[in-house]
Design a protein around this ligand. Structure first.
Ligand code: HAM
Length: 429
């Protein structure tokens, strides 16, 4: 037999048993974006390398060592996109979307970063991102945060921590950077190798370090908050006031900096402890200088991106609700006559209830393995028939989501009963 070929490391498959969760997450995110009036834009996966080095930053981890970059047959340097913001800004400028307009855009797509793969971190991964252009007030900052919060709630995740910070204007940040570098130069002996390297390239990222010795040094370092300019502070205060008023819980984390250079003023991340080290499920911020940096007219902008692999993992862990395409019911059949009679019952039900998505268990096996299968498909209900039930002409209905309630009905009553149960499901299911 020929040697089998495996997928490329960090490039995963989504198998049929996982697609229902993906569809559920994608559907919920898309319908939430619709409700806020955001418009979809579809962008290429390949861009000129220069677009990313000019926007994300020459000395960021992404541009320095994580991009899939190659020369094409014409000798042009191209890169698979490591994120969506740069391409979205490029498209908005190129197609004149920013002329006298304030577009609120969203995109979904595959991104590529050559990182070390682990749970929640892949080399090919998917984001749903939002970018809003032309609005400079804190009201839009609040809206995108409220939108992201609702997107997370809609997929069933409402206990994820939101952290906020303001980075101030680029000038304020440059002044802080200088102060931080001057301070850290006096403590070089106590810094880890990575931080020493960043001291030369991207010192603000040192604030992100997990190294305890470096953290101890940082405790004494000048605080970014003290360097923030007054207009940025006022912007941030107003944002916090709107979020307070809207009942959004958050913590201000003065150490929060982002791994991409284009941010200024508001930055935010939703973080969970449930995914180990890769706990950021959604992240973003303001990038008022980027449009101009890529050759457009100065235009304020803000956005965020959600990592779908991380969302899906959390939804799977939480065993969140079934998707619009998962079965309404899974027919559990234990015993010989039940297996035979089950196929007849399934046809009766399909005749009686148009639109019913029903999966009949085939191939035998015990209750436990069949329920597992129903779970995996995220069926709303299990319909259970054993040989005894065949004799009695009964079926047990088990609600697999709404508290696991169980009821026994006769075969004659079953269609009516199922119709009532399906009517009670949320609209899209
Ligand atoms: P980012 O923080 O680099 O920001 O990525 C956003 C999200 O994408 C992360 O919070 C995470 O959920 C997911 N993600 C990133 N890298 C990986 C990976 N290797 N594997 C799996 N998931 C990953 C950006 O990309 C910005 N463009 C966000 C933005 C939009 N800012 C303004 N507008």
């Amino acid at each position: 037999m020929a040697k089998t070929i495996q997928s490329v490391r960090g490039f995963g498959d989504v198998l049929p048993e996982q697609t229902p969760v993906w569809q559920f997450v994608e559907d919920r995110l898309r319908s939430t974006l619709d409700r806020y009036g955001y418009e979809e834009i579809r962008l290429p996966v390949l861009e000129k390398t220069e677009l990313f080095s000019r926007s994300i930053g020459e000395v960021t981890d992404i541009v320095e060592k994580e991009m899939y970059t190659f020369d094409d047959r014409n000798g042009d340097s191209l890169s698979l996109r490591p994120e969506g913001t740069a391409g979205c800004v490029r498209a908005a400028i190129q197609h004149g979307l920013l002329h006298n307009r304030q577009p609120r855009l969203w995109y979904a797509g595959t991104m590529f970063r050559h990182e070390r793969p682990q749970r929640g971190r892949y080399r090919q991964f998917n984001q749903v991102g939002v970018e809003v252009f032309g609005l400079e007030g804190p009201d839009i900052d609040a809206e995108v945060i409220l939108l992201a919060a609702r997107m997370l709630r809609e997929v069933g995740l409402d206990d994820i921590r939101l952290e906020l910070n303001t980075l101030g204007t680029p000038e304020a940040r440059a002044a802080y950077r200088e102060a931080l570098v001057a301070f850290l130069r006096g403590h070089e002996a106590a810094l880890d190798a990575d931080s020493l390297r960043r001291l030369e390239t991207n010192p603000l990222r040192i604030l992100d370090t997990k190294n305890p010795d470096t953290r101890a040094v940082l405790a004494e370092a000048p605080a970014m908050a003290d360097w923030i300019d007054e207009p940025s502070r006022a912007h941030f205060r107003e944002l916090c006031a709107i979020l307070d008023r809207a009942g959004v819980a958050y913590t201000v984390n003065p150490q929060l900096v982002r791994g991409l250079d284009y941010y200024g003023r508001t930055v935010f991340e939703w973080i969970t402890e449930q995914l180990g080290a890769q706990g950021t499920v959604c992240a973003g911020g303001r990038y008022d200088g980027l449009v101009e940096q890529i050759g457009g007219r100065a235009t304020p902008a803000i956005g965020f991106a959600l990592g779908l692999e991380r969302l899906v993992a959390l939804v799977e862990d939480a065993r969140a609700a079934p998707s619009a395409s998962s079965p309404h019911a899974y027919l559990v059949l234990v015993g010989e006559s039940a297996s035979r009679e089950g196929l007849v019952l399934a046809e009766e039900l399909r005749d009686a209830i148009p639109g019913l998505r029903l999966v009949t268990h085939c191939g035998g096996g015990g209750f436990k393995s069949q329920f597992k299968r129903a779970d995996r498909l995220r069926a709303n209900f299990a319909l259970v028939m054993g040989d005894d039930e065949v004799v009695r002409g009964e079926v047990t209905i088990k609600d697999l989501y709404g508290g696991g309630e169980q009821q026994i009905v006769t075969r004659a009553e079953l269609p009516v009963c199922m119709r009532r149960l399906l009517d009670g499901l949320p609209p899209k299911l």
